[in-house]
Design a protein around this ligand. Structure first.
Ligand code: ZN
Length: 293
């Protein structure tokens, strides 16, 4: 089995102090796939805090806070990430471009923040994605090849921009009932494979490819999750010798788990330790499973 930790949102506004504290104790056991919005728009921690706490805010104020912050302009953070990359303690992935969707005509999606769902879009992001991918690839000296969509939301239009940029995708798979979009996105053979696993009441545990683009699903670690259920999913992926991607947010590592007397970081450490009891677990990154050999 391959085991991957996906850390979404790392951007210009993070500090080395924060990240080194959050990553300490983890990156020695498992590298982290750092998923970066290269050109974050606005004050990330401010808007994130309001969204996480469901605090109402003025749409105009949000729209006006549209300064673009390039990751590489935070020299200290970039140098830290480069050091970790050389030590194989992280892999580099993309997480949108600006992590912002200002198509105000799109309706809010229940339990999600559509305003962050940049790739759930009516726009063609091929060019923006190309620029952000080239920028990150140059900054870190690797050909970035993997992408996680902000809010795990992506539609056909968003997917086409990824395809045009040779980027593979880690996200939730589309609902299989939505067969038309599934076949368009994944191809008929992969759709049949996904249905077969659905009938077995299992999640499809491998990477599949369509139009040279790789796809893999993920399991969420959030404060509200049942750790037992995460371990059960891990067991099922292990049984199939598949790929277990645990997605999380390091900015939430100090948050309390809702049903446990532990922080989310402690929950993550518990799950990594649980995985260590199995033989033949390879701790790797999204970049490594998707890179062209
Ligand atoms: Zn995000």
């Amino acid at each position: 089995m391959k085991f991957i930790i996906r850390d979404d949102d790392v951007n210009y506004h993070y500090t080395v102090d924060q990240l080194s504290r959050w990553y300490s104790g983890i990156i020695d056991m498992c590298p982290i796939s750092v998923c970066i919005p290269a050109f974050i728009k606005g004050d990330f921690f401010k808007w994130n805090r309001l969204a996480e706490n469901h605090i109402p805010y003025s749409a105009d104020e949000w729209l006006n806070d549209n300064t673009v912050y390039k990751l590489g302009d935070n020299y200290v953070l970039t140098a830290y990430l480069k050091r970790l990359l050389v030590q194989h303690k992280i892999g580099i992935s993309m997480h949108g471009v600006s992590h912002r969707n200002d198509e105000m005509e799109l309706e809010e999606v229940k339990h999600n923040y559509i305003r962050g769902a940049e790739f759930y879009t009516n726009r063609d992001y091929t060019r923006e994605l190309y620029e952000a991918k080239s920028y990150l690839s140059e900054l870190f000296g690797v050909e970035v090849c993997s992408f996680t969509p902000p809010q795990n939301m992506i539609n056909i239009k968003g997917l086409n921009a990824l395809k045009a940029n040779n980027l593979s995708l880690c996200t939730d798979f589309l609902s299989l009932r939505n067969w038309d979009d599934c076949i368009k996105s994944y191809g008929i053979i992969n759709y049949v494979k996904l249905c077969y696993y659905k009938l077995k009441k299992e999640q499809y545990p491998y990477v599949f490819h369509h139009h040279r683009m790789g796809f893999v699903r993920h399991c969420r670690l959030q404060p509200g999750r049942d750790i037992g259920a995460i371990k059960q999913e891990l067991n099922s992926v292990y049984k199939n010798n598949g790929i277990f991607v645990l997605s999380t947010h390091s900015y939430g590592f100090d948050f309390k788990m809702e049903s446990y007397n532990m922080t989310m970081k402690e929950a993550l450490l518990d799950i990594i330790k649980y995985s260590k009891q199995f033989d033949n677990v390879e701790y790797t990154t999204l970049h490594d499973i998707f890179k062209k050999k």
